[in-house]
Design a protein around this ligand. Structure first.
Ligand SMILES: Nc1nc2c(c(=O)[nH]1)N[C@H]1C(S)=C(S)[C@@H](COP(=O)(O)O)O[C@H]1N2
Ligand SMILES: [Mo]
Length: 333
């Protein structure tokens, strides 16, 4: 764990949004009334921790009860803070990119049709032994924590989201890759009967993404199982997605069913489709324009002003070292 310099992470009074205050107040009441310091809460009790005690174990919007709902909410890891307001939950859960369900942003209702239980995740390729694990077993085995991360879509909209999940390094440990493995290839479900986008044959389904094993081991790479203190819903990539906050959003693949360890660089969905616009690395850089638009500024969801985009989306301190000695590579798209 790296030590962060205070100014970048510290929340000033002005950064506390109405939502944070609201969540915090309700959570404090609940904490006072019930003292719900459950076994699932990771880490010591510190200030931001109370923002996150609001219980949410009822049915989701499509009436299903998630078998892991009792684990949420989980204590927040305050090493990961963002000096910007958290995006309104309603916006982050109804304005989505999930091409399996359509190419517009309003897919959250269509996505409810995705059956997220039973769900298994397969680890194969260059691993000691291939295995398939049940999602609920996996989630219960992992050290869950909440992290507030920035998210920057290549299209220039951005958000700040409290994700629940576990470090990808824990998943790599579980998979036990051999020393030959250099990349992790990740794959989304393939269900054209359920996901209308997957019947559009000009797309190279299933959605595929990849990172180096070194990137996967970086503490920032985060496997996501929950959002806003609840199990993640279909539209955001249930039951398992990734958050790679220093890369453009398309790298953060949703609803993952397979992790393949390999020595060949995976070609992602978008790279297959438009290789001169979307590459393997896709690190956020305000100075490297997309071929069709500038990346200098971004538009926070629900905000009323554009703001400057930051190198590595503000995570330079954590990840810049991963990209030393890679001069020949196209690191920023
Ligand atoms: N399987 C899959 N994963 C995906 C996508 C997708 O279309 N399919 N879109 C990506 C893009 S472009 C972004 S910006 C984020 C959006 O995540 P959100 O809807 O939770 O904000 O998911 C990424 N992961
Ligand atoms: Mo995106």
């Amino acid at each position: 764990m790296q030590i962060h310099k205070k100014p970048r992470w510290a929340l000033s009074e002005n950064d506390v949004t109405p939502e944070t205050v609201f969540r915090g107040r309700r959570a404090l009441l609940k904490a006072a009334g019930y003292g719900v310091l459950g076994a699932g809460l990771a880490g010591p009790a510190h200030a931001g921790f109370f923002d996150n005690l609001l219980g949410n174990s009822g049915p989701t919007s499509d009436g299903e009860v998630d078998p892991t709902a009792d684990l949420y909410p989980v204590g927040r890891n305050d090493d990961y803070q963002v000096m910007r307001p958290i995006t309104d939950e309603k916006l982050a859960t109804t304005y989505n990119n999930f091409y399996e369900f359509g190419s517009n942003k309003s897919i959250y209702q269509a996505a409810q049709k995705l059956p997220i239980r039973p769900w298994t995740v397969t680890f194969d390729g260059m691993v000691e032994a291939e295995k398939t694990v049940d999602i609920d077993t996996l989630i219960r085995e992992m050290p869950l924590e909440e992290r507030v991360y920035r998210h920057r879509c290549v299209e220039t909209w951005s958000m700040v989201v409290p994700w629940t999940g576990f470090q990808m390094s824990e998943l790599v440990k579980l998979a036990k890759p051999t020393s030959d493995a250099r990349y992790v290839r990740m794959e989304t479900f393939m269900e054209p009967d359920i996901a209308p986008g997957q019947r559009q044959s000009w797309y190279p389904w299933p959605y595929v993404e990849g990172v180096t094993v070194e990137e996967a081991m970086n503490p920032l790479a985060f496997m996501v199982t929950g959002i806003y203190g609840k199990p993640i819903e279909e539209q955001n990539g249930a039951p398992l997605r990734i958050a790679l906050p220093w890369k453009y959003g398309f790298k953060s693949i949703k609803s993952i069913v397979r992790f393949t360890f390999t020595d060949e660089r995976p070609v992602s969905f978008w790279e297959q489709l438009i290789p001169n616009e979307y590459g393997f690395w896709a690190n956020v850089n305000p100075e490297v324009a997309h071929p069709r638009w500038s990346q200098a500024m971004e538009e926070p969801l629900g905000g009323n002003a554009r703001i400057p985009t930051l190198l590595y989306n503000g995570y330079e301190e954590e990840v810049a070292s991963l990209y030393q000695n890679k001069e020949g590579e196209k690191l920023y798209y």
